[in-house]
Structures are given as structure tokens and as C-alpha cells.
Design a protein around this ligand. Structure first.
Ligand code: ATP
Length: 232
């Protein structure tokens, strides 16, 4: 049994049929990338898993348990974390406070801070700064750190490199690699070389369906196999 099993998921926004039967699996410990053009349904796939936009039909099982029909907070409580495109850190809170509030009730805040700062030493250097004053890359690291200390076994990460300068993208990639030592990652990433570098396996989404998948070791970023789905 895979950690996450998505089967024939059909999701709508109103009457717009966005996901037309998405199938994918994520195994424990893996990094899996969802790739594809703008607007093909990658974010909607993550939102469907989280039950933020509940699918109209299909099945999404996490550790064998059906998520469709649950509330988002129940999915979160089961250990599925989300790092959305807009990162959603608390700009007015310090780096440390942002991490503290992500540690679930009953868990050790000290352990959470240790994990965050060991994984992202850069954040330790800025622990008292307001998160809103961090660079875009540091904010992304903080968002990932918050996901990590949230006691999540699966993190859904949406476009972590978006809007970041190339040097910062490298730092975020390192951060995701560190995160992957602790948790399973399902990653939406438009930056194909980055996605292939980070992930063990990929799924190509096009027009609301998975149209290709495989091991990242078997493809390269300039393969026609991938390019034909990714160029505009
Ligand atoms: N809240 C919404 N209401 C209506 N339509 C939406 C909504 N959110 C997204 N869509 C539409 O659903 C389709 C899929 O969007 P989605 O965000 O999943 O794509 P994506 O592959 O993640 O691309 P992007 O990188 O642009 O986010 C798009 O056509 C988009 O316009």
C-alpha cells in the first residue's frame, strides 16, 4: 500500500470540470513531482487531496484511509501538511514565533525549534526577525520549516521556487532535500530541472489528467517526452 493513493479523482470549480480523473501514488519516503503547464490542474490536485476543493468523485486514500468526505482539518490532523504557493507565514511574527505556532499541541516546542534550526541554519541566524522582513528565499525556508515541525508525514508543496532568483532557488532546493530526509514530499514545480533533480518520480498533468509518469532517473529536462507537455 502506498502512503497516498489518488484514484480517478474528478474535481470541479462550480460547473468547470478541472480534474478529469487523476490517478497517482506516493510511497512513503519518496519525493514525487507534479509537472505540467499553467492551469492544467496541479494546484487543484493538491487542493483535492486536502479536501479544500473536495472531489466530486474518485478516491483519495492516505495510509489506506479515505480522505474524500473528511474536513480539511481532519486531513491535516492525519499528518498531511500544505505549503501553499503564497507561503502563508505570519509576517508580523518573528521567525521563531512562526515555528512555535506550527508545533502541534502536546508536542515539544523545543524539539520543533531544534528540528527547524538544524534543518535550516539560516533561519537560526534570523530567529528574532519579523518573518515579513525576510527575503523571499528565507520566507520559503520558513514555510518549509513550519511544514516540517507540524508533525506531517506527507507535505504537499506548491511551486516552492516561484518568483525566486536562481541563487535562492538553489537554497530552497537544498532546504527541500533536507526536508525530504524527514518527510515524504509531493511537489508541484514548474522549474523542470529542479523538479527532476529533487524528485524520485514524476507525474505529468495535462488538461486535468495524468498523461505520463516515471522515474526521474529515466528522463532529462530537454526530453521531447516531457517538453511536449510543458512548452506553451
Ligand atoms: N477558485 C477557482 N475557481 C474557478 N476556477 C479555478 C479556480 N482555481 C483555479 N481555477 C481554474 O482551474 C484550472 C486549473 O487550475 P490549477 O491552479 O489547478 O492549475 P495549475 O496546474 O496548478 O497551474 P498554475 O501553475 O497556474 O497554478 C485553471 O483553468 C484555473 O483557471
Amino acid at each position: 500500500m502506498s502512503l497516498l493513493e489518488v484514484e480517478d479523482v474528478q474535481t470541479y470549480y462550480g460547473e468547470s470540470h478541472i480534474l478529469e480523473g487523476v490517478d497517482l501514488d506516493v510511497n512513503e519516503g519518496e519525493v514525487v513531482a507534479l509537472i505540467g503547464r499553467n492551469g492544467v490542474g496541479k494546484t487543484t490536485t493538491l487542493r483535492s487531496i486536502l479536501q479544500l476543493t473536495p472531489p466530486r468523485s474518485g478516491s483519495i486514500r492516505y495510509r489506506g484511509e479515505e480522505l474524500v468526505g473528511k474536513d480539511t482539518h481532519e486531513v491535516a490532523d492525519m499528518g498531511v501538511g500544505w505549503i501553499p504557493e503564497d507561503r502563508r507565514i505570519f509576517a508580523q511574527l518573528s521567525v521563531e514565533e512562526n515555528i512555535r505556532v506550527s508545533v502541534p499541541d502536546g508536542e515539544s516546542i523545543g524539539d520543533g525549534l531544534r528540528l527547524a534550526f538544524e534543518t535550516f541554519p539560516d533561519l537560526r541566524d534570523h530567529r528574532t526577525r519579523d518573518a515579513g522582513n525576510l527575503s523571499g528565499g528565507q520566507q520559503q525556508m520558513l514555510a518549509i520549516a513550519r511544514g516540517l515541525v507540524g508533525d506531517n508525514d506527507l507535505l504537499l508543496v506548491d511551486e516552492p521556487s516561484e518568483g525566486l532568483a536562481p541563487l535562492i532557488v538553489e537554497a530552497v532546493a537544498d532546504a527541500l532535500e533536507s526536508a525530504a530526509e524527514h518527510t515524504t514530499l509531493l511537489l508541484v514545480e514548474q522549474n523542470l530541472p529542479l523538479a527532476l533533480d529533487l524528485a524520485d518520480r514524476f507525474y505529468v498533468v495535462d488538461k486535468g489528467r495524468v498523461v505520463d509518469s516515471g522515474a526521474t532517473a529515466d528522463v532529462s529536462a530537454d526530453d521531447d517526452r516531457l517538453r511536449r507537455y510543458l512548452s506553451a
